[in-house]
Ligand binder design. Structure first.
Ligand SMILES: [Zn+2]
Length: 337
């Protein structure tokens, strides 16, 4: 997860919105699905070791206000897919979804969406509230964030400044990423005296929180597997267990018919036609990916694109470029190609 200094660009929001609406009409684009993982207050965001993983809450507040002012309707996945399929509708819409779901979903993000009176979709990885998924990326970040040094395989890494915290996090995250990550984390926790259970519940969303959210008419709950694997790498049976298992667990704990699913990672190499078929068999009505793009009018695709918002998004220019279907321009502006 690269992290870069973000260029601050000032462009009048009204002009952007007008341009975007004109481009929407020209291209027949109807819907934009944004997704993100965690959110942090603006004061905390710059010092987070894995800050790319967090959207700045102040920015999210500004974006929601801007969408309302520019006449974009924020909808659930269910509503968005129905609007896109309705030939009589000309309405442009935006959906926001959170993948995985952590404690800040409950404490920060849903309250913000409630204040704006707009819905949000939560794609829950059920191993998080069940406590069965080792949150190694969270534990690694939490330890680095709270300590002046960490021990890794007998080496001491200084983490006494923000720059050193970020550099250490990124290098270990890249080194651990893959099926061996939980083992790396277990060794790291033992070497550094980390209570992994305590760290888990400091950051995880709980079933109690989800039960409260499930009764909120502004919250739509979907599924994001049991253990957050790259589904394309699994056997048919394993993939089926992940997709059907998380759906039945959500239904059991929350009493909901879970209709929508989002693939972990979600790029073309992470999920494909076989996995979409397994999702259909598990009973899902739609699947979200993270291939970039907007939903157009006409027959609704079973697998739809989503655009990831992250720490690099600090002003309205880049979301507006995405909304206008110019994601490649937005990526270049952020130095991501
Ligand atoms: Zn995820």
């Amino acid at each position: 997860m690269p992290d870069r200094m973000i260029p601050k660009i000032s462009v009048p929001g009204g002009m952007l919105a007008t341009t975007a609406r004109w481009m929407d009409a020209l291209r027949g684009q109807r819907g934009c699905f944004f997704t993100f993982h965690r959110a942090a207050p603006s004061s905390l965001w710059p010092s987070l070791p894995n800050r790319d993983f967090y959207i700045d809450l102040g920015f999210l507040d500004t974006l929601l206000g801007h969408l309302a002012a520019s006449g974009r309707r924020v909808v659930t996945v269910e509503e968005g897919l129905a609007l896109a399929a309705d030939p009589a509708s000309r309405e442009t819409f935006v959906n926001f979804s959170i993948d995985d779901c952590y404690r800040d979903t409950f404490e920060e993000v849903v309250p913000l969406f409630r204040r704006h009176g707009v819905p949000i979709t939560l794609f829950v990885t059920t191993g998080i509230p069940d406590g069965t998924l080792p949150l190694w990326w969270i534990g690694l970040e939490d330890t680095i964030f709270t300590r002046d040094f960490v021990l890794v395989d007998g080496e001491r890494h200084e983490t006494d400044t923000t720059e050193r915290k970020i550099a250490t996090y990124l290098s270990l995250q890249a080194r651990w990423d893959g099926p061996g990550a939980p083992d790396h984390y277990a060794r790291f926790a033992a070497d550094n005296g980390v209570d992994t259970e305590a760290v888990h519940w400091k950051h995880a969303i709980t079933w109690d929180m989800l039960s409260q959210l499930a009764t909120d008419p502004l919250v739509e709950i979907g599924s994001h597997t049991v253990s957050h694997p790259r589904v394309s790498t699994l056997s048919d049976e394993e993939a089926s267990r992940e997709l059907a298992g998380s759906r039945s667990r959500l239904r059991e704990k929350l009493g909901l018919p879970v209709k929508h699913f989002a693939f972990p990672y979600g790029r073309r190499k992470d999920c494909g036609p076989r996995d979409f078929e397994i999702a259909r068999q598990a009973g899902y009505g739609s699947v979200a990916t993270t291939t970039k793009g907007l939903l157009k009018s006409g027959p609704t695709p079973y697998a739809y694109p989503r655009i990831t918002l992250n720490g690099a998004h600090q002003n309205l220019v880049v979301p507006e470029l995405h909304l206008a279907g110019a994601s490649a321009v937005a990526a270049r502006m952020l130095g991501r190609v």
